[in-house]
Design a protein around this ligand. Sequence first.
Ligand SMILES: [Zn+2]
Length: 345
Amino acid sequence: MKGGTARSRKLALRPPSDPYAVPEQSSSTASVKDAHALPKSIKLVEVGPRDGLQNEAGQVPTAVKVELVERLAEAGLRTVEVTSFVSARWVPQMADHAEVLRAIRRKDGVAYPVLTPNLQGLEAAVAAGAKEVAIFGAASETFSRRNINCSIEESLARFVPVLRAAEALGIPVRGYASCVVDCPFEGHIQPEAAADLARRLFDLGCCEISLGDTTGRGHPASIARMVEACARVVPMDRLAGHYHDTYGMAVANIHASLRLGMRVFDSSVAGLGGCPYAPGATGNVATEDVVWLMRGLGVETGVDLEALVSVSAWISACLGRPPASRVARALLAKGGGGEACAGPA
Ligand SMILES: [Zn+2]
């Protein structure tokens, strides 16, 4: 197959009325903003190429991965997580990590972090040109053992050499904390357990802690309790929300976190993703849905929604299914657009 498709093709049709226009925002925005002290802008961390694609059963061609990263950056995303330097035995989908990282055409002002579970992964990532990396732990003991084959304590000990080596190279390290409100094996996770992991990752030197609702069972009340607990031990500007949309609550959870002062959110174009250890979990919140929410609230994301929906339609066609994003589906239905993929399903 050919991975490169018409990069420049946009949505085929646009009716006279702009489907990307956010309805009735002018007068209401100011009052909403004042009432809840919303920020001018937020940072979106696009995790589709890594968190999303790593859960795809069929092997996605390297050229499609490279094109996805490049198109997301072109759509205005300033942080695009590219791949994972985990062992190919664990995650065969990410076996081409070095090839992908080397191949992407980098855009100025865009960060391209990669996941590095251990020192070996860090070294391979740096050799392939990584300038930012991430490590991952879990707030649930059972999930930690099932997902990364070690206890929480052991996982933290393993991160130390990675963090020290990264520090020596001047490479920022992000820390992922999964199962912060719920675990597929243990059920509800206490906010204190999430906060404890967040604090320890921060104390070890992580520059940002991404709080993951891996099963998507969090709702605005449980998410708010968890975020508040974490913000008591880690500065809020170092926390990020990473919410899966399994129960349709991710956008509400982002809104709740935004109102508590959180300013960084992870999302996945077309809602790509899931978790092999969390049966039934769908993907991350769709980037399109978050951009739509923020546009309605008058909060800047830097993302061109039209270009993003085009990327969403294209990658979904590559994977042989419609985008999971409700916003993308609505806009595509309205705009009549969409883009075929020259690649396989
Ligand atoms: Zn995720």
